[in-house]
Design a protein around this ligand. Structure first.
Ligand SMILES: C[S@@+](CC[C@H](N)C(=O)[O-])C[C@H]1O[C@@H](n2cnc3c(N)ncnc32)[C@H](O)[C@@H]1O
Length: 220
């Protein structure tokens, strides 16, 4: 599977989350590409016992934080390397991990979820025309879908190529991602039956980097 191969290559390059954050906490939730920045798990509005699904959980840091809050945490990732790393790092944390492509998992599971989320994850890398209906079918009425990703480059909308670099004598691997302006995400979600959709770009923290984080939220 080409997609899985590309993300396995990415997994090898991506370091694990730090042991503790700036506040000294062993688990935390981060929606952005910047350490110790932005909102946390409250965006999902989950309570102990809520069923939560992460699409593209990677090495599992955000999911592990939700598990420590008493949430029934389920993570899906197409990359075996990512799932193995998540299982090893969070072996003492009660969460369920599946190696699966996000749409396939949603189509095959019989489970319902109070919240579905994705942090620079499968929602960014899957055609929303296919993924949004699949998510909506598994989201319980009133449940929350939330996801974050880099905002689009002006004028570059819809399906884009993302390159995963490898060694100098290997071609980069390519995965597809879907970029839209915040207003278009609100329209797309509404077209697919979600309600109360909001989308905003969170500013980068003070410093040399200026690219913010697109955070999108809606109800099922
Ligand atoms: C940029 S990483 C982000 C990982 C993690 N959410 C984080 O914040 O560190 C993207 C993740 O999404 C996974 N992914 C991409 N497309 C996917 C899909 N269609 N189904 C499942 N996982 C997918 C990749 O394997 C990778 O682990």
């Amino acid at each position: 599977m080409t997609k899985a191969k590309a993300w396995d290559a990415y997994a090898k390059q991506k370091p694990e989350r730090r042991p503790v954050n700036a506040a000294g906490e062993a688990t935390w939730f981060n929606w952005t590409q910047y350490a110790d920045h932005g909102p946390g798990a409250e965006v999902l509005g989950v309570r102990p016992g809520s069923a939560v699904l992460e699409l593209g959980c990677g090495k599992g840091g955000n999911l592990a934080h939700l598990a420590t809050l008493g949430v029934n945490a389920v993570g899906v990732d197409v990359s075996l390397a990512q799932i193995k790393a998540a299982g090893a790092r969070w072996s003492d944390t009660p969460m369920t991990l599946h190696r699966a492509e996000a749409t396939h998992f949603l189509e095959e599971t019989g489970a319902g979820f109070d919240s579905v989320f994705s942090v620079f994850g499968a929602v960014w890398f899957t055609d929303p025309a296919v993924l949004l209906p699949a998510i909506r079918r598994r989201l319980r009425p009133g449940g929350v879908l939330a996801f974050s990703q880099r905002p689009p480059i002006e004028g570059c909308y819809g399906c884009q190529a993302s390159y995963i670099n490898r060694s100098e004598d290997e071609d980069p691997l390519v995965v597809k991602r879907w970029d839209y302006e915040p207003d278009r995400w609100v329209e797309l979600l509404t077209e697919h039956g979600f309600t109360a959709a909001t989308a905003q770009v969170l500013a980068a923290p003070p410093g040399p980097r200026k690219v913010g984080t697109l955070l999108v939220r809606a109800h099922g």
